[in-house]
Design a protein around this ligand. Structure first.
Ligand code: ARG
Ligand code: MN
Ligand code: MN
Length: 339
């Protein structure tokens, strides 16, 4: 009896020591959740309800449950104020003043979270929030230290003049990269966003809907992408490996994943504003994120475009659950259980 007790204690102790050592290698820091209740970049209302739908479904506690070593802090939601709003389109941009103000506030929050040595997870919100999220991350880095995996049905590369909708969730990448800076007029309220990334540090996975101008840009700049056909041909594992080789061959860069929930097939995530049939399965989405986590370079995440006002009750539940699984995978959750 005594012997049994001792050996139990011993194995308990050694396994938690083992876990600690594993974690200090992979996630040396905690996690910082920031809600971005924002829908002014989208054509439909409702993504502003995304962060609370995820919290109400137990996201924060479920991340805590992944492991005793996980330290999660919820930084609450981004708030912003408009000094004045014309309420009109400016340069074809819908709600520009809101997009500018919200993203400026978000960039500051992301900077604060990274200063606290935590991995920021931004809960959208529509995809325009990637502007603030990536700008905030980049503040403490050199131009080439960050690479981005953009998981999406869309490429979100429109500019103010090419966009057919004026919705800024279709434009975040073109605001972030230097190659497309000349395509933009000077917009003083966006001056804080410095467009210093290079397209060569981006790779897309899951594409199946691009506009004509976006396709032209893909050709012109030889953009890195793996569309649904590539996933069909190679399988998700190879696709993610190749994508990471393209943007982070030596593994020295930090990896940001910008995950638009519409990358998933509407079967799993129908509660989103611009669903496109023929997307990733939930298993592929989770596996992709597990691979990203396993590189040990994953340092931030956006999970965007969950819209609890769209679809029926079942759609909302599925979409929120899918988003939670993706986020948990980014935090090191293991599908066969965690110690
Ligand atoms: N983040 C998104 N869901 N983007 C959808 C963009 C759709 C379309 N390309 C547009 O510019 O409006
Ligand atoms: Mn999309
Ligand atoms: Mn998107």
């Amino acid at each position: 009896m005594w012997a049994l007790k001792t050996s139990q204690n011993f194995s308990k102790l050694s396994s938690s020591a083992f876990l600690r050592s594993l974690h200090s290698e992979t996630t040396a820091k905690g996690i910082g959740i920031i809600g971005v209740p924002f829908d002014k970049g989208a054509g439909k209302v409702g993504t502003n309800e995304g962060p609370n739908a995820l919290r109400d479904a137990g996201l924060i506690d479920e991340i805590r449950d992944i492991s005793v070593n996980i330290d999660v802090k919820d930084y609450g939601d981004v708030h912003y104020e408009l000094t004045k709003s014309s309420g009109r389109r400016i340069n074809n941009l819908r709600n520009l003043e809101h997009v500018a103000a919200c993203n400026k506030a978000l960039a500051e929050k992301i900077e604060e979270i990274t200063n606290d040595n935590r991995m920021p997870i931004a809960l959208g919100g529509d995809h325009s929030i990637a502007v603030g999220s990536i700008t905030g991350l980049r503040r403490k880095m050199k131009s080439d230290d960050l690479c981005v995996l953009w998981v999406d049905a869309h490429i979100d590369l429109n500019t103010s003049s090419s966009s057919l909708t004026g919705n800024m969730h279709g434009m975040p990448v073109s605001l972030l990269v230097k190659e497309l800076r000349k395509e933009w007029p000077t917009i003083p309220i966006l001056e804080w966003c410095q467009a210093q990334m290079s397209l060569k540090n981006f790779c897309w996975i899951g594409l199946r809907s691009t506009d004509y101008y976006e396709k032209l840009m893909m050709e012109k700049y030889g953009i890195n992408y793996f569309d649904m056909r590539d996933i069909e041909r190679m399988g998700i594992e190879k696709v993610v490996q190749r994508a990471l080789e393209k943007i982070n061959l030596d593994g020295k860069k930090k990896l940001h994943v910008s995950f638009d929930i519409d990358a998933l097939d509407p079967l799993y995530a129908n509660s989103t504003g611009t669903p496109v049939m023929g997307g990733l399965t939930l298993r592929e989405g989770v596996f992709l994120m597990e691979q990203a986590y396993n590189t040990g370079t994953l340092s931030s995440l956006d999970l965007v475009e969950v819209n609890p006002l769209l679809g029926n009750e079942r759609d909302v539940e599925n979409t929120v659950n899918a988003a939670k699984l993706i986020i948990q995978a980014a935090c090191g959750s293991n599908r066969t259980g965690n110690l």
